[in-house]
Write a protein of this length. Structure first.
Length: 687
């Protein structure tokens, strides 16, 4: 029977270029491995399988300990004599823990590709890089790569529940759990590990941060034997397993009367639990914790601080090298909409800034990119740059909760790149978010990237085939946030769809423009939140206006937006003065974020000279129209793309068009009715 799923960018297709084949064959018809262990053999098998599929030749895999050959690919670790003969001193020094070097030796007598790393993880990352370079027909005579990941932690967060459902999942059910059990077959998990290794991921949290019911027990011997198998599968690909925990586990599982982090019995219980976990999973990554957030228990319940809570767990994990990843998504989710003093945007900073310096070294604070919750656009969270003495990770949402739920095409790389390039000024000019989360600005050991997964059991993993690009881009940016997204997106297209010029050109255009288009017909200018409550799909201008979640735009007949300046809620005061001045000033504030920071009359003129209300109308009409361009660009590729993929994407684009029109009409009508100001261009706005 056919595979139940595609392999995304690892779907190896036969190379039709005879010229290239001829050149490459001497280098790949033998694979020599210098360390005959499980990991090296696995890497060699990956390479062999790829070469077989791409070039139609079946290389021999041989273990060797001395150089008795002239042709082939040589895989080995630094320190090995055979390998080191080929390397300069500086080259050796440049290879970091998870990094690798690929170098070609092409002389009259030798045709060798060297793949060298310090660790097994580096070998597997390098193997996929080599495979991909061969697939895009890289010129072997100039192939020379030294790569090291910039950020130490590159982790995928799954919001998978044990019943198999996925919170905010739009691509089928969990590949890890079903019916309150760990799935028996790990075949798909293994293929998933391959996909992740090929983009440089080194950690995965497989269960939802909202830890309820059976999932609380994942940290016990009830599930650990099965989890250790999952961990082993991931380990082969350089990826560590982490688990989300419920802070009140000592009560639920341990039968204690409290989960107070300062209670010695509570600490003892965690110590024992951690010891047990490591007896099953010796390289267990650590815990991800959502505490005191959206009805999850936490240290506040006992009058303790988040540092007390995180440090207690960190102490238990420390002897084994584990970390605590503590989420900063803490805010009052029971606000009264009449309360204009409380500003949810300020919450993370207010809760955590005072604790800077109090967290142990193996605690990392995981901070959502913006101060609210993954809206189509938000300013960068002021916590980045606000806590010099605290390890930090940035949390990005690969799954498209507020960005079209994988029905709409919304490539997120462009948004993420802007966020990473934001200069916080916290240590003077050049204090970019990317330098904060890769640890270089403050010299942190644990920091990096967390991405909320967009994959599930659907045939193409991500529901929308083009949403695979979001997972790919997350990994590639986490590996190297300095790379341009154009480059990253293009590489994905080449590996996924091949190098037809039109295909590359059109899909690249679609990806790079899609976020802006989505923003235009939904909530431009930093507005956010006009979605249906609960499932968060589709327009509802006041869906979150009178609820308890702290998410208000406060539109009336004259103006809209929240004044978050220093004269308003004071949110801008959480930024470095450089930004505070800019955000405070309605003339200087970046227009993309105007309504996030300011309360603005509908008649206010934007830089273009348009009034705010006219901008709203235009933006929604334009955005919905531009979906036609997406459709047209895709239509032009008919016949050039695998038919199943073509049809699936066409189907989604059609839905996107319908739903974009709905957005346009609902939002425009809302503003028309609020303001009574007609569209200057006289287009039909439903009364
Ligand atoms: O965006 C919100 C989501 C919740 C999610 C929460 C969080 C996992 O709507 O579904 O819970 O954020 O990030 O904890």
């Amino acid at each position: 029977p056919q595979n139940q799923y595609t392999m995304c960018w690892l779907d190896y297709k036969r190379c039709e270029d005879e010229e290239y084949l001829k050149k490459v064959i001497p280098f790949i018809s033998n694979i020599f491995i210098l360390d005959n262990n499980y990991y090296f053999r696995n890497a060699a098998l990956e390479l062999k399988e790829a070469i077989k599929n791409i070039f139609g030749v079946e290389p021999n895999i041989q273990t060797t300990s001395y150089l008795d050959f002239h042709r082939g690919t040589l895989i080995g670790k630094l320190g090995n004599e055979v390998i080191e003969k080929f390397l300069e001193k500086e080259e050796k020094e440049q290879i970091g823990n998870e990094g690798f070097l690929i170098k070609v030796v092409a002389t009259k007598t030798q045709n060798i590709i060297l793949l060298v790393a310090k660790t097994e993880s580096g070998i597997i990352y390098g193997t996929f890089e080599l495979i991909n370079r061969l697939r895009v027909k890289s010129n072997l005579s100039s192939l020379y790569i030294i790569e090291n990941p910039k950020a130490p932690l590159r982790v995928i967060n799954h919001w998978d529940n044990m019943d198999g459902s996925i919170e905010r999942g739009y691509a089928g059910s969990s590949i890890f759990f079903s019916n309150n059990r760990v799935k028996r077959s790990l075949k798909r998990v293994r293929d998933y590990a391959r996909l992740l290794a090929s983009i440089g991921i080194n950690g995965v949290v497989i269960n939802n941060v909202n830890v309820r019911g059976k999932a609380i027990w994942l940290i016990t011997p009830k599930y650990l034997p099965e989890l250790s198998e999952i961990a082993e599968t991931f380990r082969l690909y350089g990826i560590k397993l982490y688990l989300s925990i419920n802070f009140a586990s000592p009560i639920y599982i341990g039968g204690l009367s409290t989960a107070d982090p300062l209670d010695p019995d509570v600490f003892k219980w965690w110590q024992e639990t951690v010891k047990t976990i490591y007896s099953y999973i010796p390289d267990f990554g650590g815990f991800l914790v959502k505490a005191d957030s959206e009805f999850n228990p936490g240290p506040y319940v006992y009058g303790r601080s988040h540092a007390d809570g995180a440090n207690m767990l960190a102490k238990a994990l420390l002897p084994y090298g584990g970390v605590v990843i503590w989420r900063a998504f803490v805010y009052n989710c029971l606000q009264d909409w009449r309360d204009t003093k409380t500003d949810r945007a300020k919450a993370a900073y207010e809760n955590f800034k005072p604790l800077d310096g109090e967290f142990l070294d193996n605690v990392v604070l995981q901070i959502k990119y913006g101060p609210m919750d993954f809206q189509v656009r938000e300013p960068v969270s002021p916590l980045f740059g606000g806590m010099e003495k605290t390890n930090q990770m940035i949390e990005l949402q690969i799954t498209q909760e507020y960005t079209g739920q994988q029905i709409h095409l919304c490539y997120l790389g462009t948004l993420w790149k802007e966020i990473l390039e934001f200069d916080t000024y916290c240590k003077g000019k050049g204090s970019y978010v990317k330098r904060i989360v890769d640890g270089s600005l403050f010299g942190w050991k644990y920091c990096g990237f967390a991405g909320v997964s967009n994959i599930g059991s659907s045939i193409n993993w991500t529901g929308h085939d083009l949403a695979q690009a979001n997972l790919w881009t997350f990994g590639k940016l986490a590996w190297n946030p300095d790379r341009s997204v154009e480059d990253i997106a293009k590489e994905w297209i080449l590996l996924t769809f091949g190098d037809d010029k039109k295909v590359v050109e059109n899909i690249l255009w679609m990806l790079l423009n899609s976020h802006r288009i989505y923003e235009k017909y939904t909530t431009p200018l930093g507005l956010g939140w006009m979605v249906n409550p609960g499932h968060h799909y589709g327009p509802n201008p006041e869906g979150y206006e009178y609820s308890k979640w702290g998410t208000y735009h406060r539109a009336d007949t004259k103006a809209i937006g929240v004044d978050r300046t220093s004269k308003g809620t004071g949110y801008t005061l959480q930024y470095h003065p450089h930004w505070q001045k800019i955000f405070d000033d309605i003339e200087k504030c970046p227009e993309d974020l105007l309504l996030f920071f300011h309360r603005v009359p509908y008649t206010h003129r934007l830089k273009s000279g348009k009034t705010l209300i006219q901008f709203m109308y235009d933006s929604h009409f334009e955005g919905a129209e531009e979906v036609d361009v997406l459709i047209q660009k895709w239509e032009e590729l008919r016949g050039k793309i695998d038919e199943d993929i073509f049809n699936r994407v066409s189907e989604r684009l059609k839905m996107q068009k319908e739903h974009a029109i709905e957005w346009r009409d609902v939002i425009n009508t809302y503003f028309y009715r609020k303001t009574g100001i007609p569209d200057e261009k006289g287009r039909l706005i439903y009364p």
